[in-house]
Design a protein around this ligand. Sequence first.
Ligand SMILES: *Cc1c(COP(=O)(O)O)cnc(C)c1O
Length: 393
Amino acid sequence: MTPTALERAAALPVDALPAYLYDLSALRAHAAAIRAALPARVEFHYAAKANPDPALLTALREYVDGYEVSSGGELAHVRATVPDAPLAFGGPGKTDQELTAALAAGVHRWHVESVAELHRLAARRPAGGLDILLRVNLPVAGRALDAVPLAMGGRPTPFGLDPADLDECLRLLATEPFTGLRLRGFHAHLASGLDALALVALAERIVDWAARKAAGHGLAIDEVNIGGGMAVDYTDPAARFDWTGYGAGLARLLDRHPGLRLRIEPGRAVTAYCGWYATEVLEVKRSHGEPFAVVRGGTHHLRTPATRGHSQPFTVLPVADWQQPWPRGEVAGERVSLCGQLCTPKDALAQRVPVDRLRTGDRVVFGMAGAYAWNISHHDFLMHRQPTFHLIP
Ligand SMILES: *Cc1c(COP(=O)(O)O)cnc(C)c1O
């Protein structure tokens, strides 16, 4: 934890728990380091779906070239929060309403994910035309993606164009009704959870494929979006994706493609580390010999460990004060499972994790809760009061 976040979590009144804390200065420093590690010809876009909190979007504005949005809701929200920022609009199923709204709002890049979407866009004859990338589910990744936590491509998925449909898109784009749609390049977000070396290797295969495809069709392609997916290791909160190594690898790749611009759109690896979910232990008990700590709140506030099947890393903030005449619940030098208040065995925040000591009334602060945490959680289940939110400027 950053020292300020630790201090704030300890100082919050108990009635404010559970609470989310976002350290914006830590986020700004992290985003600046990412930007500094990237070559000039790499544009850095933040994938808003990782965490669209307005304070985070605003803090990132100075360091990113734009934002990637995946719905009409995100589009309206990001546009209202950071009005001047370029937006890229993607997503596998876009409604007519979303097409209309996005065309009216003016998006900087449109990620087309199907032949039908191309027809629907062309039929609207967008005023001034539209800069598009064709999102392709490339076969390049193959077995390399078998082990990643979330694979979006290299296998059958609903995302992007099948390579078999791509030639039809290129054929259509060369015909009159499609002339307003300017093909700027390709997009391939194939996986989440790869380290820098694997992601550079994947980028090389995507760019080589794109260059061959463009040459084969006599197309002037000057942009490839290689997606997000930079690894975040929840078993090692101190580890960071190797942005410097990644930037150096992309620089070597760009040296071989002088006219090309790359675009990345990370989400998780940008904001995961700047958020914490702080709460308190309500109960410590044993069940059939095994210790459990029940905390205020649960996975309806912090769904990340439930969706990914991991133990969310946490720090214990011991609370010395105990005013009750009955014995205080305690577990020491043992493995304990931390659960929330929901009446379901799936409400597990951390499972059989060793602790030095954990007592009823102690505070627990879960880390790496700045991405795919609050905004992916099922807040209304069991109708607990929502957490309070605290910004560290
Ligand atoms: C979710 C998503 C991202 C961001 O992925 P992270 O794993 O959060 O970096 C980028 N691009 C697209 C198209 C996505 O769907």
